[in-house]
Write a protein that binds this ligand. Structure first.
Ligand SMILES: CCC[C@@H](CC(=O)O)C(=O)C(=O)O
Ligand SMILES: [Zn+2]
Length: 337
């Protein structure tokens, strides 16, 4: 498997339209995410409304445009990196702190710690049928000096300006994502604001408004796959998940230099576009800001947060997650339904 990272060819638009023609189609409709220059006033309107937008020409991670597998191998240092491996191309996130409650849970992905050099070796020697690898490592002070210098040269003034303008909380982490051709992060939501900066290769984002919670059936909050959709997008079980038929979303392809604003609580499935080489991305996760005052009607995000708190409260109060379904059904069935 090539470890080269595809740069968007000069005629960038060709790459995007070629890719658009190759994308796997799903059973739901989508419309394109707006793609706007960072000085376009419509960017501010979308960000204030907490709607996704692909922002161009920010130079947010311009100092990292040379981060390909060879450069990272030589400069990231010898520290072990967090890598997930799977025989399939889907990398469903799990919270390992919740695993002890689910001893029988079959995980399709395996967490492996390895150096970046070991990771690139596995990618280089990959043959059909071998395990697929996805490196997902928070950038930290273990990286080599030249990466630190690249990191310092990120366009922090732009990022910080946005953080202040939209009253976000603290930057919590920058995750370095290096994916083999075709890896997929299945549909989930995060509880942080996210600037997703694409460095190498192309990623396809499927995005769904927080109000689509009822179509995407996330695992219970106490489950290791909390925040992840239970629905297999490639083979949806309409018996168990009837509202999946009502799903409607947005779609974006991000290439080198693009920054996607991915609003807190928005569902997303992320696919490294197949046959376009490895992908390199860095995300910027920010804590949400605190609401000045509650405005009614509540936003879908606030209802999701409320449902999460109810599940957490019931689970901790009853102190046995196996009793939670019965209690919630007793509370709702025949009374609210
Ligand atoms: C572990 C984070 C993965 C990332 C999606 C992807 O690039 O595969 C994502 O979901 C996010 O940045 O929120
Ligand atoms: Zn995410």
């Amino acid at each position: 498997m090539a470890t080269s990272v595809e740069r968007s060819p000069e005629s960038g638009e060709d790459a995007y339209s070629t890719i658009r023609g190759e994308l796997k189609q799903y059973s739901f409709q989508t419309e394109p995410v707006p793609r706007l220059h960072h000085l376009d006033p419509r960017v501010e309107a979308l960000m204030r409304a907490e709607k996704p937008v692909v922002i161009t020409d920010t130079n947010l991670v311009k100092s990292a445009f040379h981060w390909d597998a060879d450069y990272l191998s030589s400069n990231i240092g010898s520290a072990k990196q967090t890598v997930y491996s799977s025989y399939k191309n889907k990398f469903l996130y799990y919270d390992d702190k919740k695993l002890p409650q689910f001893p029988d849970l079959q995980l399709a992905t395996k967490h492996e710690e390895m150096t970046f050099k070991e990771f690139t070796e596995k990618v280089k020697n990959h043959k059909k049928g071998d395990k697929i690898y996805y490196l997902q490592q928070a950038l930290n002070d273990s990286v080599g000096k030249s990466l630190v210098l690249d990191f310092i040269k990120f366009n922090w003034s732009w990022a910080t300006e946005q953080q202040k303008k939209y009253k976000w909380g603290a930057l919590t982490s920058n995750l370095l994502l290096v994916g083999m051709d075709g890896v997929i992060t299945p549909a989930h939501y995060d509880e942080q604001q996210n600037f997703f900066a694409q460095i190498g290769g192309f990623k396809r984002f499927l995005l769904f408004d927080p109000s689509m919670f009822e179509c995407l059936y996330p695992y219970p909050v106490y489950h290791p796959h909390d925040r992840q959709s239970q629905v297999d997008f490639d083979n949806p079980d309409h018996e168990r998940f009837p509202n999946f038929r009502n799903l409607y979303g947005q779609e974006a392809i991000v290439g080198p230099g693009d920054v996607l604003y991915l609003p807190i609580y928005w569902w997303h499935q992320v696919e490294s576009v197949p046959n376009h080489g490895m992908t390199v991305s860095v995300n910027f996760w920010y804590k949400s800001g605190t609401e000045e005052k509650i405005v009614y009607p509540l936003k879908p995000q606030q209802k999701v947060a409320m449902m999460r708190n109810i599940e957490k409260m019931v689970t901790s109060a009853i102190n046995n997650h196996e009793e939670v379904p019965h209690l919630l059904k007793t509370m709702v069935l025949g009374r609210y339904t």
